[in-house]
Design a protein around this ligand. Structure first.
Ligand code: ATP
Length: 210
């Protein structure tokens, strides 16, 4: 089983890294692929270049063999300059791994907007979706499309795609937005993201202005 964790990673931080590691263990995944987004369709464009976001990711996961970086969204953008739709990403992963369960991890905030994603129903043709929740999270009344797909952790290995699962993970209250603000205010972002990434940010003078 392969985990998929998409994001802008602008910059990557311990909120991303901790939850990626945790779901790897909870679901017994062979690997979790961190997939940096080239051209996010639902938000502002990233503050720094794709190449820099990628270099920061590389520094962050250097000593974590279970975490991998997958550059297919960046590669696709270089070739076609199209928005980074998750459905295209999952379709290409499915072509590469025809019989492997794929688990797409999203935050509960992202789940509330899922029905706005490009061709969102087709996501389930290619992968399971796991919503990472905080303690105390109450599942909203789900419509029938989602209810029919609900599954527990142990059921996901039995199919390659199509299920919806809610899983509580430790969610550190860290966001890339807050980190960019801290740096722009010339404060210290220590302990929110890896030191190697902080060094890189300093060296390249990233996020110094809003
Ligand atoms: P920004 O503040 O710029 O919007 P972000 O910190 O939310 O960025 P993204 O790269 O946009 O980071 O997020 C990618 C994925 O990581 C999303 O699925 C999001 O729900 C999840 N995520 C973000 N922050 C955390 C966190 N602190 N704990 C767990 N998951 C997180």
């Amino acid at each position: 089983m392969i985990g998929i964790f998409g994001g802008t990673f602008d910059p990557v931080h311990y909120g991303h890294l901790r939850s990626a590691l945790e779901v790897k263990d909870i679901f017994g995944l062979g690997e979790v692929r961190l997939i940096p987004c080239a051209n996010p369709p639902h938000r502002e464009q990233p503050a720094v270049t794709a190449e820099m976001r990628l270099q920061m990711l590389e520094l962050a996961i250097k000593n974590q063999p279970g975490l991998k970086i997958d550059t297919r969204e960046l590669d696709r953008y270089d070739l076609y300059q199209v928005p980074s739709y998750m459905v295209d990403t999952l379709e290409s992963l499915r072509q590469e791994f025809p019989s492997e369960p794929l688990l797409l991890f999203i935050g509960s905030d992202a789940f509330t907007h899922l029905t706005g994603w490009h061709q969102w129903q087709r996501l389930f043709d290619f992968a399971h979706i796991v919503v990472m929740t905080r303690p105390g999270f109450e599942t909203q009344t789900l419509d029938d499309f989602f209810k029919a797909r609900l599954a527990g952790v142990n059921e996901l290995a039995q199919a390659t795609a199509g299920k919806l699962c809610f899983q509580q993970v430790t969610q550190l209250d860290i966001s890339a937005t807050a980190i960019r603000d801290i740096i722009a205010r010339k404060q210290n972002p220590g302990f929110l993201l890896p030191d190697a990434v902080i060094e890189y940010i300093k060296q390249h003078k990233l996020y110094e202005t809003h």
